[in-house]
Design a protein around this ligand. Sequence first.
Ligand code: G3I
Length: 371
Amino acid sequence: MNLKSIYILFLFLCFGGVLYFPCFAQKQQKEKRGLKDVYNTDFLIGTALNISQFERKDIRADKIIRHEFNCITPENVLKAEVVQPAWGRFDFRLSDKFVDYGIRNNMSIVGHTLIWHSQLPPFVKNITSKDSLQQFMEQHIAKVAGRYSGKIKGWDVLNEALNEDGSFRNSVFLEVLGKDYITNAFKLAAMASPHTELYYNDYNIEQPAKRNGAITIIKQLQLAGARIDAIGIQGHWHLGKIPYQDIEESIIAFSELGVKVMITELDLEVLPRDFSGAEVGHRMVNSPGLNPYPKALPDSLQRRLATDYEKLFKLFLKHKDKISRVTFWGVADGNSWLNDWPLKGRTNYPLLFDRNYQPKEAYYKLINLKL
Ligand code: G3I
């Protein structure tokens, strides 16, 4: 090969490399993009963390969390029974680790939850005096929300305060303080953490009757001059039975009141269950057929899960101007609360990653949805 041919070959390789490399790098980069990157101009993509995850003991989960999500919610460690197990005795060891994990990874941090009728420390459930319960609310919110002021992006100030018909749930708060406890909670949270977003969070508020209850709460707060920045539709839905139209109507209805909408606890039940929602006190009696897939989810249901998640995200993208966040309630199937509720010891498959932390068909549907 003469000198001229070598020179031409050299030029070709250089020119080709200059062209090829960026495309190769871009292709590589595209392949490396996580959910948070794909949707980074639409809404935050979050997940709920358990203790072993934010303590970085579950390293496979940690890798997925940092690559896929830009927002985190504590599954349990910021609930009253954990942070104030006894009157005036606070324990922030776990919640501090959770918040530190979020700060270290430059994530948006959600506080879940200040006032909830469930997972309350026993001393609260037994309060009958108005002054005592008012004092608990003032102290709990000031101490907990105040501690993370400037670190937590938004609080589920109030969780699940409605019945399915849209009436106010009977709880120690409603019974002792009346419905003004709702406004009170939001005003206390705004004082404790003035730059933190304030949310009402509930399940089934895509259903018309319960949606009206949530609208009542939003209007009650706005009328009383209390700040509410967003409403959390939890999103504990069922494979094949997702109420897309109801969800869209609720997104629009809440948005029209001037609040942002978030999907806060998204998972899709794939096992037999004859009721919807996430009433934690609900239980089912075990019977044959309630745990049909102990080894693996059939391909047909894997495909259904993928198409249901895809259809949901198409709806969320359609209303991305109204939606600020979509959070999954867990990282991988093995972490899901649905393995033990409403029946302990079932093998469920509600999330985007399987028990070996491998992405499922549903994950790829969402990653490729915007291609
Ligand atoms: O921490 C104790 C542990 O010390 C004890 O050994 C063990 C014995 O079973 O229980 C542990 O507490 C469990 C707790 O999760 C922490 O793992 C409770 O039993 C268990 O009931 C609790 O479940 C949580 C549930 O809320 C409780 O209401 C789920 O993990 C959590 O995913 C679920 O999340 C709720 C949201 O906060 C609100 N929306 C509905 C959603 C699903 O119910």
